[in-house]
Ligand binder design. Structure first.
Ligand SMILES: Nc1ncnc2c1ncn2[C@@H]1O[C@H](COP(=O)(O)OP(=O)(O)OP(=O)(O)O)[C@@H](O)[C@H]1O
Ligand SMILES: [Mg+2]
Length: 283
């Protein structure tokens, strides 16, 4: 099952559209979910019961708009709706524990504040136990290319697994981008004197090694290997400009203890040009 969070916003509806296509391709049901205050779900009597009922009716309308969009796009899809009690982040993360994928918009109804990513999208991408796709308000591209960012860590396995499966499912090409840098993070210069071509060849071999097994498993997926020297955020953003989906891991090489997301995944939440998949690396 795929769970998609809606809140009545346009980004939420785009999330539904993306999730409906994905659910249809995977052959799984879609659950459209909207969270409201827990007391509004429970209160049937007393002086606030009318307000609670009004809030539940509002939630039903938001869910119906979402479900309707999904059914119109994918008439054969099984679509269910759910009002979730409590904080939307906690509620969606709870739902996500039973789901194979959680989909949200990059922002919601409070988008007027000018933030590039809302607190629900951010909280869910950082803390859900399942993979999360964050969809932007502008409709996703359909150029038939998926981009995956690979940092060469041992945990890239799940990221590649998701990216290859997705490319096969969507019959898209897969652009595997490995970004490397001459400089150590923090401004220090690597003490190794430089034949950068040699370093680049080494990075290229690493990328090939990381991809080898997956290319064998998915012989029909056309893979484009790309080595870029620079900062991963700039490079991934540029590579994903016309892509249908950008896939990154939730953590990378650095991984300061206590940070929910690595710095690249965090930055991509704000700056990815299109749909972004954040893949859990430890399961
Ligand atoms: N109450 C909710 N129930 C279900 N999903 C929600 C709810 N609120 C937000 N979402 C999901 O999260 C996405 C991002 O919305 P979010 O609330 O993070 O942004 P925002 O409203 O712009 O900012 P914030 O609420 O942090 O001020 C929405 O597009 C929707 O997919
Ligand atoms: Mg919101």
């Amino acid at each position: 099952m795929i769970v998609v969070g809606v809140d009545g916003s346009r980004a939420g509806l785009e999330a539904v559209a993306w999730a409906a296509r994905e659910a249809a391709l995977r052959g799984v049901p879609l659950r459209v979910a909207h969270a409201i205050y827990a007391w509004a779900c429970e209160t049937d009597q007393g002086r606030y019961s009318e307000i609670a009922q009004w809030m539940r009716q509002g939630a039903e309308a938001v869910l119906e708009a979402g479900a309707d969009r999904a059914r119109r796009l994918e008439p054969a899809l099984t679509v269910e709706t759910a009002i979730l009690p409590g904080d939307p982040r906690e509620a969606l993360i709870r739902e996500g524990a039973q789901a194979e994928l959680l989909v949200v918009g990059n922002h919601g109804l409070s988008a007027v504040r000018g933030l590039l990513v809302g607190s629900v999208a951010y909280g869910v991408a950082g803390h859900a136990s399942c993979d999360v796709v964050v969809v932007r308000e502008s409709p996703a591209a359909t150029n038939g290319e998926i981009v995956v960012g690979i940092d060469g860590t041992a945990q890239s396995g799940h990221v590649l697994e998701f990216a290859f499966a997705e490319a096969a499912l969507r019959q898209a090409d897969l652009r595997a981008v490995h970004v490397w840098n001459r400089y150590e993070t923090g401004g220090g210069i690597q003490p190794v004197p430089g034949d950068w071509r040699e370093t680049e060849q080494h990075e290229f071999r690493q990328l090939k090694e990381a991809l080898a097994g997956w290319c064998e498993r998915y012989p029909d997926v056309k893979v484009i290997e790309e080595i870029v020297q620079g900062h991963p955020v700039d490079a991934l953003r540029a590579a994903a400009r016309a892509a249908d989906l950008l896939v990154v891991g939730s953590r990378g090489r650095g991984g300061l203890a206590g940070m929910a997301l690595g710095s690249v995944s965090h930055a991509m939440l704000h700056h990815a040009p299109g749909p972004l998949a954040v893949i859990r690396q430890t399961r």
